[in-house]
Design a binder for this molecule. Structure first.
Ligand code: 1CP
Length: 343
């Protein structure tokens, strides 16, 4: 692992060529993924097959020779383990058959038990068996807030109106739920580390639903609680933590905190300004707009080079997309981006 460019960057050490991996690197844009995916009608059933997860995590590593691998799973495994009844059917997003519709549903929740997620920890072990020694494995979870939003809404949504209504009517009960989720996330990430992951990423994908005050009260408070628990436990204390906040109503410089190692920038964030303010303090991951990968090779090359040039002198830069890659992107375009980074 000493030769990992990715871990060097997380330690704020310089790299002549930045390490690269990207969010949702294993997924629907890859024909080799589609080939396996079509054997399962419910995506979650595929996530419950550890050997298949390991094979899927390896696909982008083999195709693009990336510098880090991410566990193949989903953030919604925790609400599933709380018996909210998750399924992902063809062409639809996630759906919960028992969402959190009232404060009573929070009171009636079964205690979180990591033994219900044994398939995830087996997937970590299987993936570690396949990965080359110098390629770290990233484990992850959703932020407590993002998991609460899906659990209350009952699935994906454009504006999460049910969740916002719940937040206004029952703020204290929501906070109880966020505490349950923070503790579940901690147990879950700790067990991922015990199973072999080298780094952790927390996805606060729905931070943009919240105003500045709400972000502090319902999201950051619990993400910090989770990070503090991780830093206090001897098993996880030395594991780097990457935080992804999707377009928060707050400057990134004002939301980072000392327990995290790296901030993963959404594509709308100004990497040049932020890098000037965070240099020497945090590693930065980001942040090419995934939609750039739908443009000409020349345009991909230019935008990729622009980011690399801005970050050339930044110790602790990891090239990534500014959000997950989408299914409409041609893998050959990803190769253009990688060639631009490495040339
Ligand atoms: O039908 C399919 O093939 C399922 C597509 C898919 C995949 C490949 C889903 C459903 N999840 C995943 C894997 C996944 N999800 C990974 C591991 C793979 C990798 O990165 O290589 C990771 C890290 C996630 C994380 C995840 N899931 C996030 C956070 C990142 C982000 O994009 O903001 C979120 C919000 C989810 C929820 C989710 N899972 C799947 C979908 C389609 C969604 C989004 C639903 C929505 O629209 O709200």
């Amino acid at each position: 692992m000493e030769d990992s460019k990715f871990l060097r960057a997380l330690n704020l050490q310089p790299n002549s060529i930045p390490p690269v991996w990207f969010m949702r690197q294993a997924g629907r844009y890859l024909p080799e993924y589609q080939k396996i995916r079509k054997n399962y009608s419910n995506f979650l059933d595929m996530c419950k097959q550890p050997k298949t997860c390991a094979e899927l995590a390896m696909q982008p590593i083999e195709r693009f020779d990336l510098d880090a691998s991410i566990l193949f799973s989903d953030i919604l495994t925790i609400p599933d383990a709380l018996n909210l009844g998750l399924a992902f059917y063809e062409g639809e997003g996630p759906k919960f058959s028992n969402p959190i519709s009232s404060p009573d549903d929070i009171k009636k929740l079964i205690p979180f038990d990591i033994n219900n997620l044994g398939y995830v920890f087996k997937a970590v072990e299987e993936t570690k068996n396949l990965l080359p020694n110098d390629i770290p494995l990233i484990g992850f979870c959703g932020s407590p807030w993002t998991l609460a939003a899906y659990s209350i809404e009952g699935g994906g949504s454009k504006n999460f109106n049910k969740t916002k209504k719940f937040m206004r009517e029952y703020p204290n009960e929501l906070q109880n739920f966020l505490e349950i989720l923070s503790s579940a996330c901690f147990d879950y990430l700790k067990q991922q580390v015990l199973s072999g992951v080298n780094t952790l990423q927390i996805f606060d994908s729905w931070a943009d639903l919240l105003s500045d005050n709400e972000l502090e009260r319902f999201s950051l408070k619990y993400t910090r609680m989770l990070a503090e628990l991780l830093k206090k436990d001897p098993v996880t204390a030395d594991i780097p933590i990457i935080l992804f906040e999707k377009s928060p109503n707050k400057k990134v410089e004002d939301l980072v905190f000392k327990e995290i190692t790296c901030v993963s920038l959404y594509w709308q964030e100004d990497i040049e300004r932020i890098s000037k303010n965070l240099i020497g303090l945090f590693a930065i991951q980001g942040n090419l707009d995934p939609k750039v990968l739908l443009r000409s090779d020349e345009s991909i090359w230019q935008e990729t080079k622009r980011i690399c040039n801005v970050m050339k002198e930044y110790p602790g830069f990891i090239f990534n997309l500014g959000h997950g890659i989408t299914p409409d992107i041609d893998p050959n375009k990803v190769q253009v981006m990688i060639d631009a980074i490495r040339q």
